[in-house]
Ligand binder design. Structure first.
Ligand code: HEM
Length: 527
């Protein structure tokens, strides 16, 4: 079972790094038939090594504890974008293709499918013609399978509102989501995002393929879906989490630091600075509780419940399908006012906004369910390995990740314009965590050699909760390369424009409006 971050890192030129954390096995070594070859999905190191600059374990534990005390600020970004980010992370990173890893895999499949591209293989697997991925598709080999929720508390069973799930004999088998990346069933919010993407694909199939010959129907639908998805990420998601100027600069003027000048068709690598630090920005956006839907209103849709009512982070509350009372109300997660749809807006006090991107994460992430990282189920509630902040800092340590200061210097040398944080800014932050709980020596170590994840979150505190400087540059360049390296690419096809939203626009709300046919009864089936 693949879970979050069960990666070890095969870094180009360095080999396998980062054996285990929290009892985890190194994923690459788990695949005997490919252990001898360079895995086609390769991490790379963008900047220098952070040798001699890592924080010791005691310090990481203390900082992790301060970060996970839940003292961060409220943000402005609609909360749905948190889990769109998580969904995108799973499209980008290594573990997603474990579906084919170690079993019946031809080298050609590996090369095609194990790339950190924004190509939605977390949705499509290796496509309907692939024997291992055929199970994700309906019998026609074009529509994606979807699941049906279970009737509960007066709400009917509803088709299309759960992930497709297994049909084995044990409850665990029946519960297992039939999706290429099991992590998309790690919590209910990311699972419902995946359901929306299934629906998006299926509606493209039903409405956009007039005149396309049968043999071309799937691939055409995938092209339309992938390009719209990339457009939405570039124009809607990225500018919400990264400084708009940096995103525009990278997409208009090209990359300065990452895989500059490589042929567009060359398989991209995944910079560990992105995967181990910068794109973990989303951890600070997670809320402790949501106004989830009509039934779980007024912050009763807690993060703990979102784990429980998923198949990986929990056990679907003991059921084998999602019960209908937990179906998402997308109006509470995305602002349909942006698309001028007042009838799809909810009152402000029902709407969920993500936590501000800063150095703080919410308290439930201090006690992650061990199932989310293949931890021992009997781990103590306060075991530091359950603390996501400690895990992130420890991952960095395991692969000798460059510090924030090193990356700032590195990027400046590449011609990127940015202002380094001062020691005082790193120490004091702006509305993020306070470092009073550290000894003078620990504080000094943190301020001198700041772990990259902490650094980019501190940067965001000085830009009202949006990555800037080092963080924004690394995220924008990695996204750009991941689009360029995709079979279908809005970067390579510069004349392409979206057709499924209004006036060349395609935001996440447009994607949902299209997928759910603009119907309130589908976007919020509980009312
Ligand atoms: C409730 C929500 C989430 C939970 C419980 C969660 C949990 C985790 C865990 C346990 C890891 C592995 C840690 C390690 O051992 O290294 C991880 C890795 C990671 N997370 Fe999250 N995460 C969540 C949301 C997000 C979001 C919203 C984003 C980005 C927007 C994100 C980005 C990443 C990235 C880039 C990694 C590293 C590689 C990978 O994808 O496995 N996560 N997360």
């Amino acid at each position: 079972m693949a879970t979050h971050g069960s990666e070890s890192f095969f870094v180009l030129g360095e080999g396998l790094l980062g054996e285990t954390v929290g009892g985890r096995e190194p994923t690459v070594a788990l695949a005997p038939n490919v252990a001898a070859v360079t895995p086609p999905f390769r991490f790379s190191r963008l900047g220098p090594k952070g040798s001699g600059k890592q924080l010791n374990e005691t310090n990481r534990k203390k900082i992790g504890s301060l970060m996970a005390a839940g003292t961060g600020g409220q943000g402005q970004i609609p909360a749905g974008f948190t889990y769109l980010g998580q969904f995108t992370d799973h499209d980008l990173t290594f573990d997603k293709t474990i579906v084919t890893f170690g079993e019946h895999v031809s080298p050609a499949q590996l090369v095609q499918n194990r790339s950190p591209s924004l190509d939605l293989d977390s949705l499509y697997g290796a496509g309907p013609a692939d024997p291992e991925s055929a199970k994700f598709y309906e019998a026609d080999g074009i529509h994606l399978k979807h699941g049906t929720s279970k009737a509960a508390d007066g709400f009917a069973a509803l088709d299309g509102f759960d992930l497709p799930r297994g049909a084995g004999t044990t409850n665990a088998q029946k519960r297992k989501a039939i999706v290429p990346d099991p992590r998309n069933d790690e919590n209910l919010a990311v699972a419902q995002t995946h359901c929306a993407m299934i629906r998006f694909h299926n509606r493209v199939v039903d409405t956009q393929l007039g005149g396309v010959p049968p043999s071309q129907r799937f691939i055409k639908a995938r092209e339309i879906v992938t390009k719209h998805y990339q457009w939405m990420l570039r124009t809607d998601y990225l500018p919400r989490v990264c400084a708009q100027g940096v995103v525009n600069d990278v997409f208009n003027n090209g990359r300065k630091a990452f895989e500059v000048g490589v042929p567009a068709t060359q398989v991209p690598t995944m910079p560990i600075e992105f995967s181990v630090a910068c794109f973990r920005l989303g951890h600070s956006m997670v809320r402790r509780a949501y106004n989830w839907n009509k039934v779980f209103d007024d912050h009763t849709g807690t993060l703990d419940y979102l784990f429980i009512f998923s198949g990986l982070g929990g056990d679907l509350g003991g059921e084998t399908r999602l019960i209908s009372t937990w179906i998402a109300d997308f109006r509470r997660l995305y602002d349909f006012g942006e698309a001028n749809k007042p009838t799809l807006e909810v009152p402000a006090n029902k709407f969920n906004r993500a936590m501000r991107i800063d150095t703080s994460i919410v308290d439930p992430l201090r006690h992650l369910p061990p199932s989310t990282f293949e931890g021992d189920p009997s781990m103590g509630f306060n075991d530091p390995e359950r603390n996501l902040a400690f895990r992130n800092l420890t991952r960095a340590n395991m692969c000798t990740l460059a510090t924030g200061q090193q990356m700032a210097n590195f990027l400046k040398n590449k011609g990127v314009t940015l202002t380094k944080l001062t020691s005082a800014q790193i120490r004091e932050g702006q509305g993020g965590i306070e470092l009073g709980g550290l000894t003078k020596t620990q504080r000094h170590a943190l301020v001198q050699n700041t772990p990259l994840w902490f650094y980019i979150l501190r940067e965001a505190e000085f830009d009202a909760g949006r990555l800037k400087g080092v963080g924004a540059r690394i995220v924008a360049e990695t996204f750009h390369r991941a689009m360029e390296g995709s079979q279908f690419s809005i970067v390579n096809d510069a004349t392409w424009h979206p057709t499924l939203g209004p006036n060349n626009t395609f935001r996440m709300v447009d994607l949902l409006l299209f997928a759910f046919d603009e119907q309130k009864t589908l976007l919020a089936p509980l009312g």
